[in-house]
Design a protein. Structure first.
Length: 319
């Protein structure tokens, strides 16, 4: 089970920072290797960022050895609450410069937040000074990551994108909202259509769908709010994310529940199926637009999952 960040001692904070810098340097090295054939200038930018992360790790290791000795305990990001789980580099660099640039910017934003919070928690002057210095250097890395847009993106594309605002919007609204929309639109299909085909009564189906939607919204809202506090990731206040996730989960379920206010069972079911199709199409587009997922791949994944849950509800209700 992941530990709260506040529970870490200075020794553990430094150990975590050393592990994180090693991971980041290897990610940048993978980016450089993956982009070198087509974008050599961009690959050099990542190679420089890799070298700086290696330098950070060396400075952290030297300070750790002075304070605590040679043994460095293994503490990883996933062992501590508050970090976003990262996709492996091989899933990102094939998507091109824009996807890699966004990932690098998110990495630097998270690392800067980590060093700021770690420095505030540290009581040792030397440790706090190094952590503050590294936070400043990570801020400069964000500017360095911005150089990636200069090689291949057109001026028109650069003007269309407000990098920081879009990144925070994705982290704070799109990601929790998409999770809620997927859960609300898909998970409530089975109980709704099972009730509908079991009773052939629109009002009974509506009540089941309404209960499933509200219950899913409450569950997803709390799950998102408690997933991390946003202090390290820049994902914003946890209860705001939980509210967004919970509301959209509920709306996703209610969307295909409302047609069952129509008294005629057949008409209501047809209308509900049409709403489900529209919801799945919307989820596919959002995943493509904001999560860098190819449209056909996103549509296939969402539609297959939705159809399976839809058929499961019908089969159980008809049995």
């Amino acid at each position: 089970m992941a530990r709260p960040f506040k529970s870490l001692s200075e020794r553990e904070i430094l150990a975590l920072a050393i592990t994180a810098e090693e991971e980041d340097s290897r990610i940048y090295d993978d980016f450089a290797a993956g982009l070198r054939a087509r974008y050599p200038a961009t690959a050099e930018v990542f190679a420089r960022m890799r070298d700086e992360e290696v330098g950070h790790r060396r400075r952290l290791t030297e300070l750790y050895s002075q304070r605590f000795g040679d043994h460095i305990p293994l503490i990883r990001r996933e062992d501590v609450k508050g970090f976003v789980r990262r996709k492996p580099p091989w899933m990102i660099w094939p998507r091109g410069l824009d996807a890699v640039r966004r990932q690098a910017a998110v990495m630097e934003l998270e690392t800067k937040g980590f060093y700021r919070r770690a420095a505030a928690q540290s009581t040792d002057t030397g440790v706090r000074q190094l952590l503050d210095d590294l936070a400043d250097e990570e801020s400069r890395h964000e500017s360095l990551a911005g150089e990636l847009i200069e090689e291949k993106l057109t001026p028109a594309a650069r003007e269309d994108e407000d990098q920081t605002r879009r990144r925070l919007f994705v982290l704070q609204v799109v990601q929790p909202g998409l999770a809620g929309l997927m859960d609300g639109s898909v998970s409530t299909l089975a109980p709704l259509f099972a009730a509908a085909f079991a009773t052939h009564n629109s009002w009974d189906a509506f009540r089941v769908g309404l209960a499933a939607s509200i219950g899913a919204g409450i569950s997803m809202g709390f799950a998102e709010a408690l997933s991390d506090d946003g202090a390290l990731t820049g994902r914003g206040h946890p209860w705001l994310r939980g509210l967004v996730c919970g509301l959209i989960t509920t709306l996703g379920g209610i969307g295909h529940t409302l047609p069952y206010l129509i008294p005629d069972f057949r008409v209501a079911t047809g209308a509900a199926a049409a709403v489900v199709a529209a919801e799945l199409a919307a989820i596919s587009y959002i995943r493509h637009r904001y999560m860098d997922t190819p449209l056909l791949s996103a549509a296939f994944q969402v539609v297959v999952g939705g159809v399976l849950v839809f058929l499961t509800g019908i089969l159980i209700g008809s049995s």
